[in-house]
Design a protein around this ligand. Structure first.
Ligand code: ZN
Length: 67
């Protein structure tokens, strides 16, 4: 379930162009994922995996969230 592809290629924020973006994870996170959440490398978006409107990225610079 955990995706690793984002580590290679992070998108730039469509709003401010920053590369300081982190992926938003959903569902039950692994211990490693929680450690990354603590470190601010990922964001926990909740347990709702089935919502098509879930944003996938969070910009740490401007707070923008997008899919
Ligand atoms: Zn931004």
């Amino acid at each position: 379930m955990a995706k690793k592809g984002w580590e290679k290629e992070k998108p730039a924020c469509p709003k401010c162009g920053s590369k300081e973006v982190i992926p938003i994870l959903y569902g039950y996170l692994s211990k490693e994922a929680w450690e990354m959440e603590d470190a601010g490398e990922v964001e926990f978006g909740g347990l709702d995996l089935d919502n098509d409107n879930n944003p996938g990225w969070h910009c740490k610079k401007c707070g923008n969230r997008w899919k």
